[in-house]
Design a protein around this ligand. Structure first.
Ligand code: DX5
Ligand code: ZN
Length: 214
């Protein structure tokens, strides 16, 4: 399992310590949640902060933009040295063009679906994307409860990716813990984002190792 701990749940008063833990741990990526207070009802952090995060952390960055008009920030996300740039399907009028722009900037392109958006909207773009991020909570906050219907959506998406012979990684974000993580592994997820389950655990590295072995 690919594991991508979410920075949103880190201790921002002592970020270096948490980033060093991430580097030491068995996780694959660092998940970065950028919010604008418009697309979602919350504001997190922006590029001036992330510049320093990217300098300290050596894991590939998995950037999740919960913002309107994400195409405006392709250059900024690329400048961080990000591996993946995830944009919301619901925030892009011209999704295919945004995916092309992300690729032109040298990054992998991820498309994110809110809980109420069906997997079927991806039918005509699944061959062109590198990752699909299924939201298993309504985006905007860490520490929410996993929406069980996402297990069905994960299976549907697994089927679509396999039928197309597509290479898209299936990543799930929100309410992931040991229990829901195991259910998602069984449903066909390739990657798990975990915020509060990792940073709220007495031993975050052990929590990461557990998810890694699912
Ligand atoms: C929610 C964010 C998530 C969040 C997950 O809008 O996209 O990445 O950090 O947090 P947990 O794992 O606590 O649900
Ligand atoms: Zn996220």
């Amino acid at each position: 399992m690919i594991v991508s701990p979410s920075l949103l749940s880190a201790n921002f008063a002592d970020l270096r310590q948490d980033l060093e833990m991430i580097d030491r741990s068995q996780c694959d990526w660092l998940h970065i949640d950028v919010m604008d207070g418009v697309f979602v009802p919350n504001i997190s952090f922006g590029f001036p902060v992330l510049k320093y995060v990217a300098e300290v952390c050596h894991k590939p960055l998995d950037v999740h933009l919960m913002i309107v008009q994400p195409e405006k920030f392709v250059r900024e996300v690329a400048a961080l040295g990000s591996k993946v740039m995830n944009v919301h399907y619901e925030a892009c009028t011209h999704l295919h063009r945004v995916v092309q722009t992300i690729h032109d900037a040298g990054m992998e392109a991820g498309v994110t679906l809110n809980p109420a958006t069906p997997v079927s909207v991806l039918e005509d773009i699944i061959d062109d994307v590198d990752l699909v991020l299924l939201m298993s909570v309504n985006p905007g906050f860490g520490g929410q409860k996993f929406i069980p219907n996402i297990l069905k959506k994960t299976r549907q998406l697994r089927r679509m990716v396999d039928e197309h012979g597509a290479h898209a990684v299936i990543e799930i974000d929100g309410g992931v813990n040991r229990t829901t993580g195991a259910q998602l592994a069984e449903a066909g997820a390739d990657a798990l984002v975990a915020g509060s389950a990792v940073f709220g655990a007495p031993d975050p590295e052990a929590e990461i190792a557990f998810l890694k072995n699912l």
